[in-house]
Each structure stands twice: as structure tokens, then as C-alpha cells.
Design a protein around this ligand. Structure first.
Ligand SMILES: CC(=O)CC(=O)SCCNC(=O)CCNC(=O)[C@H](O)C(C)(C)COP(=O)(O)OP(=O)(O)OC[C@H]1O[C@@H](n2cnc3c(N)ncnc32)[C@H](O)[C@@H]1OP(=O)(O)O
Length: 426
């Protein structure tokens, strides 16, 4: 029988995140993920090594990238004998990839692995119109030139309109922002609270850069050395002056300042058994000890689309024998400031915790001074699948700097899903 082993986080590497249609407008997912992977390989001297496996993914993926991660491994200096595969769990992808790799390490199936993700909305996979696709398939099936020409003659100018991926939920037709605006109304989250969270995210991340926190978490890419969404000159007044962008009426509260921007970027994290790390004299930053995913019924039961982490958390805490207050750091992905605030309010709410989460008492509140202390997605930007790796590496480093402690990760994802995890150092 296999034995459960502790899973060490050795370190992470990402490329700086860039607002879409900017610095990385000409970069593909493949180039960005390879850059994040190669930076990690160089940092930890893995060139030529066969790693247990590499798991990553992208939310928006071209069909030509059918196994993007494997292609990136082949483009990197890892041994070509390293197995690799893609996964996709929307914005939970990067963290879910790490949990998958960690589980294999824990079970002794592999000794080390790399997990991460990438996304670009600059190089989004624009598809052909469905009618044109059917005609092209018919032409392809044609046995004679006549058959092919006959099919192609059916093409009309209207068939040339492309199929562009939407940042929306297929079952509701609403965008992520529109869903979050509904949540903000349900939970009555004031605009000022959302803006204050956004301000803190930028200020915390600016301080992290000033402290040199990112120096060993990032490698420059295409001339960019730091996340270009970060605004050093941000003020409460500027944030307060922005117009709502998802509900443009007077009751709208989500703005471009308290929502993540569309972003391009990639991240990777190295995980290993303690023995593997020791044999290579690689220090352990922290341990990935628990992970949990949840999903909500936002279609029939009308639950908030981005509320699944609220459900995942008590399940994981119960398994871990911990309370929500037992943590030194809280890393709650800021898809939108309102998503973070709705989740925190839900955990404090006795009726929600009893009726929806099935708890005897609410999870309670957290010490806000421990929340996203090195900044989060509102400042860094949010290249969907790359966010999990950014957060995991950042939290492991925060724990290593503290010397001892425990951190909590919460990431909401499209499709009504959420992924949470616990990282510890003793
Ligand atoms: C997907 C999952 O699985 C789960 C999730 O995480 S859900 C989250 C997924 N992510 C999203 O849905 C992305 C949402 N974001 C968007 O769609 C767009 O960025 C947006 C609609 C919010 C804004 O788009 P936009 O209007 O093009 O923004 P942008 O032009 O950059 O900003 C508008 C203005 O606000 C300003 N602004 C933006 N952020 C600011 C800030 N932090 N401080 C001050 N000003 C700011 C800009 O400078 C700009 O001002 P000007 O017009 O004077 O130039």
C-alpha cells in the first residue's frame, strides 16, 4: 500500500502579468507558459531532468493546442521524457493542477511535479461561424472535386462572421461581472467597500515590489519586468470617480477599478516530496496540506455564480480540524472586490451558514489585516488559469518569510465552481 507523504512547495515562477492587448498582444499561450516553465526550470536547476509530471491548462485555448502543456515541456529544457497534460477548471485551473500533482506526490506515484496555468484574452481562439464550419466539414467529406465545390458554393457572406469567445456563462448568457453585480446586490456590498479592497490590493502589491518580494517569483518576458496593471498612483478618489461597467444604472457598483482587467500571463509551481527536495538541497517554502473543490447550482437554485468557495471552505476546514480563524494569511482571489466581500459576509452570516452550508454556527469573520497582504488579482491582473499558481507560490513564500504558520487559499471559478486549499509551514 502506498503511504501518504507531505507535499512540499519548492517555489514558483511566473511571467509578469500584462493587461490584454498590450505588452503580450503578440504572445501565444504556448510562448507564455513555456517562458514561465523555463524560468522555473532554470531557477531550480532542472534542465535535462525527467520530472514526475507537468500539469497545467488554459481557460481559453486554441484547438491547435490540444495538449498545450506537453508542447511547452517539449519547448523547455526539461527532459522530453517528462509526461504532461492539460486540465481546465476555469479560474480554479492553476490551483486544481497543483492539487492533482500534490495528490500523486502524496501517494508516492511521483516524487516531484510542476503545476500551473496560462491565459490570454489578446490571442483569444476565434472560431469560424457554425454554418461555415458545417460547410467546410461537408466539403472535406466530399469524394470528388465536384462534391467539394458544390459544398463550398453554399458559403454566403454572413457565414464569414467569426465566433468570438465570450467572457460569459453559457447557461445564463450573463458575463462574470454581471453575475457578480447580482451577488453584490444580494449581499448589499457597498461600492465604497469594494473600492477600499481594490485600493488595498494595489497598495499591498506596490509594497511587495518595493520590498523585493517578487524577485525570485518572476522572470521578465517580452520586456516586461512587473505586472503592468499595478497602479502606483491609485487613490480612493480616482476609484470613486469610475463609472459602473456591468450595471450602468445608478445602482451599479462594479467598476473597472474594483473588477479584474482582462489579462495575459502564465505561472508555474514546483512541488515535491521532502526526500526529493532534500536530495537536491532545495529548501522547502511550505507544504500543500489540504484541497477541496465545490460547485453551486446557480441555474435552478439561483445561488450566486461565484459563491462556490463559500461551500468548499467548511468542508475542508472540517477535514483539517481547523476553524476559519486558525490562519496567518488569507489569499482570496479578487476576481471582483465584491466576490471577496460576498464570500466573507456569507461566512459571517448565521442564516446562510445554517441553511445553505449546513453548519451549526457561522464560520465567523477573519482578521482583515491578514487578507491578501502582498496584493492580489485586482492589482496583479487575472490571466484566468494562471492565477492559482501566482497565489500558491506567493503564499508559500509569505509563510517561508514568516518562518511558521498557516495560509488559506480561496478561488472562485466560472461554471459555479470554486477551489480552496491550505498551505502550512512548521
Ligand atoms: C473566469 C472564472 O473562472 C472566475 C473569475 O475569476 S471571474 C472574473 C473573470 N474576469 C473578468 O470577468 C474580467 C472582467 N473585466 C472586464 O471585462 C473589463 O476589464 C472591464 C469591463 C471591467 C473594464 O473594461 P474597460 O472598460 O475596457 O476598462 P479600461 O478601459 O481598462 O478602464 C476603464 C477606465 O477605468 C480606468 N481604471 C481602470 N482601473 C483603474 C484603477 N484601478 N484605478 C483607476 N482607474 C482605473 C482606466 O484608466 C480607464 O480610464 P480611461 O477611460 O480614462 O482610460
Amino acid at each position: 500500500m502506498s503511504q501518504i507523504r507531505r507535499v512540499a512547495i519548492i517555489g514558483g515562477n511566473r511571467i509578469p502579468f500584462a493587461r490584454s492587448n498590450g505588452a503580450y498582444a503578440k504572445a501565444s499561450n504556448s510562448q507564455m507558459l513555456t517562458a514561465a516553465l523555463e524560468g522555473l526550470v532554470q531557477r531550480f536547476n532542472l534542465a535535462g531532468e525527467r520530472v514526475g509530471e507537468v500539469v497545467a491548462g488554459a481557460v481559453l485555448k486554441h484547438s491547435r493546442d490540444f495538449n498545450l502543456t506537453r508542447e511547452c515541456v517539449l519547448s523547455s529544457s526539461l527532459a522530453p521524457e517528462t509526461p504532461a497534460y492539460d486540465i481546465q477548471q476555469a479560474c480554479g485551473t492553476g490551483l486544481e493542477a497543483a492539487i492533482l500533482v500534490a495528490n500523486k506526490i502524496a501517494l508516492g506515484q511521483i516524487d516531484c511535479g510542476i503545476a500551473g496555468g496560462v491565459d490570454t484574452t489578446s490571442d483569444a481562439p476565434i472560431g469560424v461561424n457554425e454554418k461555415l464550419r458545417q460547410i467546410l466539414l461537408e466539403a472535406n467529406r466530399g469524394k470528388t472535386t465536384g462534391d467539394k465545390v458544390k459544398a463550398l458554393l453554399k458559403i454566403r457572406p454572413s457565414h464569414l462572421a467569426p465566433s468570438i469567445p465570450q467572457n460569459g456563462e453559457p447557461r445564463t448568457g450573463l458575463s462574470m461581472g454581471e453575475h457578480c453585480e447580482l451577488m453584490a446586490k444580494t449581499w448589499q456590498i457597498p461600492r465604497a467597500e469594494q473600492d477600499a479592497l481594490a485600493l488595498a490590493s494595489h497598495q499591498n502589491m506596490a509594497k511587495a515590489y518595493a520590498d523585493g518580494f517578487h524577485a525570485d517569483l518572476m522572470t521578465p518576458f517580452m520586456g516586461l519586468e512587473r505586472d503592468n496593471n499595478l497602479r502606483a498612483d491609485i487613490t480612493a478618489e480616482k476609484l470613486a470617480g469610475l463609472k459602473p461597467c456591468f450595471d450602468r444604472s445608478a445602482s451599479g457598483t462594479l467598476t473597472p477599478g474594483n473588477s479584474t482587467p482582462l489579462t495575459d500571463g502564465a505561472s508555474m509551481v514546483l512541488l515535491a516530496s521532502e526526500e526529493w527536495a532534500k536530495a537536491r538541497k532545495l529548501p522547502v517554502l511550505a507544504y500543500l496540506t489540504f484541497g477541496e473543490a465545490a460547485a453551486v447550482d446557480f441555474v435552478k437554485k439561483g445561488e450566486g455564480l461565484l459563491m462556490a468557495p463559500a461551500y468548499a471552505m467548511p468542508r475542508m476546514l472540517e477535514r483539517a480540524g481547523l476553524t476559519l480563524q486558525d490562519f496567518d494569511f488569507y489569499e482570496i482571489h479578487e476576481a471582483f472586490a465584491a466576490q471577496v466581500l460576498c464570500t466573507l459576509k456569507a461566512w459571517e452570516d448565521p442564516a446562510y451558514c445554517k441553511d445553505k452550508l449546513g453548519l451549526k454556527k457561522p464560520l465567523g469573520s477573519i482578521d482583515r489585516s491578514k487578507l491578501n497582504v502582498r496584493g492580489s488579482s485586482l492589482a496583479a491582473g487575472h490571466p484566468f488559469a494562471a492565477t492559482g499558481g501566482r497565489i500558491l507560490a506567493s503564499l508559500a513564500k509569505q509563510l517561508a518569510e514568516k518562518g511558521k504558520g498557516r495560509g488559506l487559499i480561496s478561488i472562485c471559478a466560472a461554471g459555479g465552481q470554486g477551489v480552496v486549499a491550505i498551505v502550512e509551514r512548521d
